[in-house]
Ligand binder design. Structure first.
Ligand code: UT7
Length: 325
């Protein structure tokens, strides 16, 4: 049976120039390089300039993804940005990106599912592309998490960083099997009873201020390992594949111990797991496309490979997706 799938035809990413090391943080908050590396695997994070909003990072990543796909800005008819750190409350970062790219009139909106945002946004874009409503979509994860930090709270400020990653999605015809190029299956979840485990203590409808990120780290940690594994199993079932078929596992980059815990639970070969958390820290919705691009750039992930993505974040939200490049 012939089916139209949305396929990733280009990938790009961008990291702001400034690097902040663990030692840099230890100069003004009570922490150490040793603690951060041992508990999280993080060595450094990137930080955007004050005059560099999230849309600027998104545009840089989008331009690279378009070049990789052999597409022009004028070809783009849909832009979805997954972000928790928009330039302004509105308009959507996606609309600003459309203008900065010179993409012309099309569809543009943001998806807010915090660290799960990229997987959620991919599933939304997949619906547009697979139903013939978009011929060339940009899905971007772009975040400036450093703007949400309370720099006196050592339990959170050492964990996050800034960056952006983007993919171009185009329709491709397949046979309806797991050998097809493109998105194969998703499993998305949210549990709104756990909003108090990870949230920002501000916003236009409450304090009228931006607020700071607050997290009950070890409770989120425990939730992550168990529930991500369930979503991965469900996404594999929806894709008609076994976890053992997967060539590459590209997880959300929050903590090396979570990445290892999920990998071990699923019996994944460590060689197949892409990890950039040491260099990028947790860039929320940007972490998956940043890691995907890094592993494509260094030659590990290749066209035709079966790739599994997963994420978990505020909401709580979580989810997984299997795709063939
Ligand atoms: O992307 C969104 C999803 N987010 C996540 O997935 C994050 C999930 N959680 C985690 O990654 C981990 O829970 C953390 C890295 C946040 C914390 O690691 P942990 O092993 O769960 O540590 P803990 O929170 O249980 O804290 C252990 C100790 C505490 O001291 P006491 O109370 O035992 O004396 C903390 O005060 O470590 C202390 N601590 C620190 N010490 C030095 C917490 N943060 C720091 C720090 N430097 N930065």
């Amino acid at each position: 049976m012939s089916v139209t799938r949305s396929a990733v035809t280009g990938v790009g990413s961008y990291l702001p120039e400034q690097i902040v090391t663990n030692a840099d943080l230890a100069k003004f908050v009570d922490t150490s390089d040793e603690w951060i590396q041992e508990r999280t695997g993080i060595k450094q994070r990137h930080k955007a300039r004050d005059d560099q909003p999230t849309s600027d990072l998104a545009v840089e990543a989008a331009r690279k993804a378009l070049t990789d796909a052999g597409k022009q800005a004028a070809d783009v008819d849909l832009i979805i940005v997954a972000t928790t750190t928009p330039d302004m409350t509105f308009p959507a970062v996606a609309a600003i990106v459309q203008r900065k790219l010179g993409a012309g009139v099309g569809i543009a909106f943001d998806v807010q599912a915090v660290c799960s945002g990229f997987v959620y946004a991919l599933s939304v874009a997949d619906g547009f592309v697979a139903r013939g409503l978009s011929k060339c979509a940009l899905v971007i994860g772009a975040e400036e998490m450093t703007r949400l930090m309370d720099w006196e709270d050592r339990t959170t400020c050492v964990l996050f960083g800034d960056g952006a990653g983007a993919v171009v999605l185009e329709p491709r015809e397949g046979q309806g099997t797991s050998q097809d190029q493109g998105m194969l299956g998703f499993a998305l979840r949210a549990d709104g009873t756990k909003t108090d485990l990870l949230y920002v203590d501000g916003g236009p409808g409450s304090t009228g201020t931006v607020g700071h990120l607050r997290m009950a780290g070890n409770q989120v940690f425990r939730h992550a390992v168990v529930n991500i594994s369930e979503a991965i199993t469900a996404a594999c079932a929806a894709s008609d594949i076994q976890v053992s078929d997967v060539d590459w596992f590209v997880p959300h980059q929050a903590n090396q111990r979570i990445i290892k815990g999920v990998g071990d639970r699923l019996g994944l070969d460590e060689e197949k797991v892409i990890s950039t958390v040491a260099m990028h820290a947790n860039t929320s919705a940007a972490s998956i496309p940043l890691a995907l691009d890094a592993a494509i750039q260094d030659g590990r992930i290749k066209k035709g490979d079966l790739v599994l993505l997963e994420a978990m974040g505020g909401g709580l939200t979580w989810g997984a997706c299997a795709l063939r490049l």
